[in-house]
Design a protein. Structure first.
Length: 215
């Protein structure tokens, strides 16, 4: 029996009971051989429309692509769902006796309604309508349901980073795309190399050389 997982499930259930149905708690098993089914426990899955046995988030792939010593908990950041709801999320990395990350415990609290209330309050208390916040907020990452959807999302992000269609990309542009995807852990997904090489119009050998260029 995995006592660590049992303890995490107990904690997840307690958090869900404490904060109610707007708080989703997810446990990813990083020891599982099949990443397509990394979710081994979930409470309030309706928040992100995920369920037991669904695939990893981008956070899971990022974790697997970095050395454990360089990974720290990520607390209180924003994500979004397929239907545009905004979640306040925290990701905690659970380590074993060898300091290897074995599980990820994620909390996703739906704050969409609270943001609407906050906007209404700010409109009421604002005293200078001419003041504008010119800072550009970073788009929160989308929560995905399976590895294929996650790969498509990562590719979209990489292409957006370069900001031009593939047909107009230079070698440096394509290297930037490959390195972004490599850092995000995209190549941990089965057959991702074939799809990305085909998209960029390069060979698998060239793809690997672009990956090495970032080392």
């Amino acid at each position: 029996m995995d006592h660590q997982l049992s303890l995490l499930k107990q904690i997840a259930h307690g958090i869900a009971a404490q904060f109610g149905s707007s708080c989703e708690i997810v446990i990813h098993d990083l020891k599982a051989k099949d990443l397509d089914n990394s979710i081994v426990y979930i409470e309030n899955g309706h928040v992100s429309n995920r369920e037991l046995g669904d695939g990893p988030s981008s956070i899971v792939l990022e974790t697997l692509s970095h050395h454990p010593s360089k990974i720290q908990d990520r607390l209180s950041y924003l994500t979004k769902t397929d239907d545009g709801r905004i979640l306040k999320s925290s990701t905690m990395y659970i380590r074993d006796e060898q300091d290897t990350i074995s599980y990820i415990l994620s909390l996703n609290y739906d704050i969409t309604a609270l943001l609407t209330i906050d906007h209404a309050i700010q409109s009421l208390v604002s005293t200078d309508s001419s003041e504008k916040d010119n800072t550009k907020s970073k788009q929160p990452p989308k929560i995905t349901h399976n590895v294929n959807e996650l790969l498509d999302t990562l590719i979209e992000q990489a292409l957006a980073l370069v900001g031009k269609p593939v047909a107009l990309m230079t070698k440096d542009d394509k290297v930037a795309v490959v390195q972004y995807l490599n850092n995000a852990g995209a190549f941990l997904i089965t057959k991702s190399g074939d799809k990305i090489a085909s998209l960029l119009g390069i060979s698998k050998f060239t793809l690997y050389s672009y990956m090495d260029a970032g080392k």
